[in-house]
Design a protein around this ligand. Sequence first.
Ligand SMILES: [Zn+2]
Length: 359
Amino acid sequence: MKKKKYKVKWSRIFLVFLFLGITVYFLIQTFHNDSNRDILLKVGYSQEEVTELRKKLSNIEIEKLAEQSYLSYLTDLLKEEEYHSENLFSYIDYISQIDADYSLKDVVYFVNRKISYPYSQKLVDVIHQDYFILSRLDRYMHYHSDDAKEIVTNVNSDLDYEFYTNIQKTDTSKDTLLIVNKYYQLEKDYHYGDLVVMDSQYDNKSGSRLSSVAYEAFKKLVDDAEKEGYHIRNNSAYRSYATQNSLYQNYKNANGLEWADKWSARPGHSEHQTGLALDVGEKEHTNLNDFVNSKEFIWMKDHAHLYGFILRYPEGKEYLTGYGYEPWHYRYVGIEVATYIYEHQITFEEYYAYFIKES
Ligand SMILES: [Zn+2]
């Protein structure tokens, strides 16, 4: 019986304290809220702004804000889609250093990504470019141009490095989307997949070899073109490292370094070594320079992508690819990618940097 009495007493005491605790808590809260409202009004925020701010900010944030002068953009900032509360004072700090018109969306973007460059038109223009790559920002900002489109296009094509400098090994795990150019080099014995000998009905030469995936696509292309009265043939397909080496050296000896580099690749840097590229021509026309004037070229230009091939060194893009315009040179990349490149009129360098390299 005694025990029972004690139990009742203790639980009563406990309830009393609990009630007192809750009351004190709410009193403090009410006091705090009232003082929050007052200090924000004092700084210069309107009743409406104060209501907004108190909905979205913590007491600590409000107290810190009260130490600063009135910020006219604050309620809009809180509505930004990418707003992160932990960055609140970094946004405010970043904005305080801008002395031009700016967009809050851009500020939020820069601060969230810890971009340390001060706000500038160049920075804004660059990040809004179609093929902007965040990891290349430093390279964009150091590139000597004021034209944002040119900056992004050129840096994505690695033009901030001289040709044949900063050379990397080609990442062959990218499969048929591997890149070979003046910055990316193949191992001496590399070629893609299995090489097959081309049938004479597709080849102006004899015994040419091509990677089977590219060959299957090329056969279909030639067969379909043939049905429409266009006679397309291979003039040069797979070339080994050794073959490319002697070809390049011959060009260099005959025409000099500059010419050789414009029209031929140094060994290890030729797409022909992959087995995924070939030079085409009309049936029985082996001179590459004839092709541009043929009806076959007109057909090829607008149909190659439907079979997975791209015109690899287009006219007007010589400064990006590093090669003269080669209407005869096609590279297999698969239908989907070829179609994208055809429709968007970009080079494989640009496609690779944006869609393949980082993934
Ligand atoms: Zn070629």
